[in-house]
Design a protein around this ligand. Sequence first.
Ligand SMILES: [Zn+2]
Length: 456
Amino acid sequence: MRLTSFGGAAGVTGSKHLLETEGGRLLIDCGMFQGEKSGRLRNWEPPPFDPRQVQAVLLTHGHLDHCGYLPRLVREGFRGPIYTTRAGREVARVILLDSARVQENDADQANREGWSKHRPALPLYDTADVERTLHRFRSAEYGRPLRLGDAEVSFHYAGHILGAAGVLIDDGNARVWFSGDIGRPCDPVMFPPRPPEAVDALVMESTYGDRTHPPGVPEDQLAEVLSGILARQGVLLVPAFALGRAQTLLVLLDRLLHRRPELELPVYLSSPMAAAVSELYRNFPDEHRLSAEDLDRVFSRVRIVEHAQRARRLDRKDGPFVLIAGSGMLTGGRILGHLLAHGEDPDNVVLLTGYQAPGTRGRTLLDGGRELKIQGRRIEVGARVEELQGLSAHADCDELRQWVQAASEPPRRVWLVHGEAPARAALAAGLRDDLGDEEPLRVRELPEGETLDISP
Ligand SMILES: [Zn+2]
């Protein structure tokens, strides 16, 4: 088997790993580049491989940086099946339709208001492209092998978001495990990730390879933020996608407000897909820790705002209240309008909850920048910016190392992907301590664009 990565190796977005076996070519993940402009421009270039020669796509999970390029791949000629878990398929449906809607809206608005350099501004893909892509999806059961040509493929629970899986591929000659994104052992919503089996190569994410999440859940920090909001009658803006971190945050809020009822305040989830997402949690009860009663209680606390017009009313509303809206890294979506309305007021707080990729507005805020350009306007963010640590959907450095050590046999090689340079280097050093480092180099950072042999 030969492996070439065309994205999501040296960075965290645009994951695309091409695996060539005797029998054909498989693409593991097909993500969109987000953040840095140089990356975003890569979404518009022709793919660096022929999509018609790809036999099938294996999708680890429905986050845009893993599935967001699929509709474009189909537009460029891909005609094979896309395999993922049953829940992964439903998540990808919601996320891809939302992605098309956001891009169509952005292009329309840019054309109406004339703030784009492109005349006319175009979406990368539209709803019709997404519909064509959804027809190509096929479901896989966790742990049940599928035959694809000469290869056997199986999906294994990863605990990162609903439907997230690691993918094991065995072509009879060598075995390789793609981790996708790896969840945490003690997440309030998801179960722990399943450790890898014995493999010749483990291709593994390293997003938080240089970080340790604080222990426990961040209820105290959240309590402090809420009391500040109540005291100042402010608005707490939480950029979070409607699926994943938003539910974890709602679970935390539910626990906290049960314990500290004096912190009670209205919570809004502003998302056109919020209802579809709550259904997903109900339809896949085996994927997460929440019972039907938990879901009823957690969702009864939140006021769902699906219609854009009602969402705009929140922009004129006085605090105190909590407003959760996507996208989580402030790259698009409803949160931008809400930030234009509430971001300048120093009584308000912007609470970042997840990983912020370089080049995103979320990263600018996290790094101390306060001037943002949104829809052709510049705003100076006067609201306080805080990071809610410990709400991450990704395992941290120690958790990633423990996950590898839990393998039934140590992997013969580990190739690190999906991390900024310091994160990859730190995790590589940690894994070399754990696994030893004889030649050929057992742990290395997978270079982008270079083809590596996976031999047994
Ligand atoms: Zn992810």
